[in-house]
Design a protein around this ligand. Structure first.
Ligand code: SF4
Ligand code: SF4
Ligand code: SF4
Length: 330
């Protein structure tokens, strides 16, 4: 792949210039961990590179928790999101399949997608629950994001992924194309180290070719057992980069408000006559697994789990879906 390099201090100055015309969100480490922040000039030096993973899923930038879809929207400044892990980039690919479907093009989603430059960040480390590789997702991006950024010995290396990314880099005069194969080899070495480390962590976790059949097995006892710790808070779906369910709420004056929903909430499937196919907790709990590992692959040829591990970290009942899968596979 093609790389451009720019000294870190020049890159920081470039970001400062870009702030005049763009809104920039970037991954920044704070006392609670890593998360996206709206960047001001004084924050630029503190942007984190190559550390997994921001607490907030990327989908939050494209699917707000609540928005009025009948209100007139003011034009937005172009936006840059910097420091996105590949698990979230791959999650966005599924959101694209859903929201940019040829029969249903969501104009709000499209506007935000077109208005955003995505700069992913190669993960050179991992968090406890990262398991992207189990689902064949690499800890670095080679598609969908516009660019990927790597910080190497005081130099920012920018891997070109899309035409939009290439146009962006070509406008930075201080960025030069990299021809030194040793530099590219050292990035490849870092990729290999990250992959080996992820591989060794999850040897017993079933890969995505098996997840669908495991969830489909009539093995309800395991779901009953794990769901007994579930309090239906919906945190697992809220933090998930691929969960997309929403409600459309009618408001007085013909207004409509789109609000993110979650199949783990009681009443998610209740209909006007009072029937509720997911009334029982065990069925709601299993619904999430069926959705992600059986129904989404049938419709979109991809499981709806990118192995980010956020649902495990967020669960108030300390439910670990990986432990559930290992038990299902026994
Ligand atoms: S049905 Fe549940 S698991 Fe599927 S997208 Fe909606 S909230 Fe997520
Ligand atoms: S199901 Fe869990 S691990 Fe998979 S993408 Fe969603 S939050 Fe991440
Ligand atoms: S985060 Fe845990 S407790 Fe909350 S709905 Fe999901 S599985 Fe249940």
């Amino acid at each position: 792949m093609q790389y451009y390099s720019i000294k870190k201090e020049e890159w920081d100055k470039t970001l400062e210039q870009l702030l005049l015309s763009h809104t920039i969100f970037a991954a920044v480490k704070n006392e609670f961990g890593l998360d996206y922040e709206l960047i001001k000039p004084e924050d630029i030096a503190g942007i984190s590179y190559n550390i997994p993973k921001p607490a907030t899923p990327l989908k939050s930038f494209f699917l707000p928790v609540r928005e009025n879809v009948t209100a007139v929207r003011a034009p937005q400044k172009p936006r840059i999101i910097l420091g996105i892990p590949n698990c979230d980039i791959e999650g966005l690919s599924l959101l694209d399949s859903i929201y940019l479907d040829e029969d249903f093009d969501d104009i709000f989603y499209r506007d935000r997608r077109e208005n955003t430059i995505l700069i992913s960040s190669d993960c050179f480390g991992k968090q406890e629950h990262c398991h992207c590789l189990t689902y064949d997702i690499k800890p670095y991006s080679e598609r969908i994001s516009d660019l990927a950024a790597v910080l190497l010995d005081g130099i920012i290396m920018l891997r070109i992924i899309t035409g939009k990314g290439e146009d962006f880099v070509r406008k930075i005069p201080q960025a030069h194309q990299v021809t030194d194969e040793k530099i590219m080899a050292s990035i490849n070495d870092k990729h290999k180290v990250a992959e080996e480390s992820l591989k060794s962590d999850h040897i017993s976790l079933p890969g995505y070719s098996k997840t669908g059949s495991l969830v489909s097995k009539p093995n309800m006892e395991i779901f009953v057992k794990y769901s007994s710790h579930c309090v239906s808070c919906g945190a697992c779906t809220t933090v998930c980069p691929t969960c997309t369910c929403f409600l459309l709420i009618e408001k007085p004056g013909f207004e409509k408000v789109k609000q993110m929903d979650a199949c783990q909430y009681p009443g998610f499937e209740r209909v006007a006559g009072g029937e509720d196919a997911l009334f029982e907790l065990k069925n709601r709990f299993r619904n999430r697994y069926l959705c992600k590992y059986v129904w989404k692959p049938e419709k979109f040829s991809s499981i709806a789990c990118t192995g980010c591990g956020r649902c495990i970290e967020a669960c108030i009942g300390k439910i670990n879906k990986n432990e559930l899968f290992i038990e299902l596979a026994k």
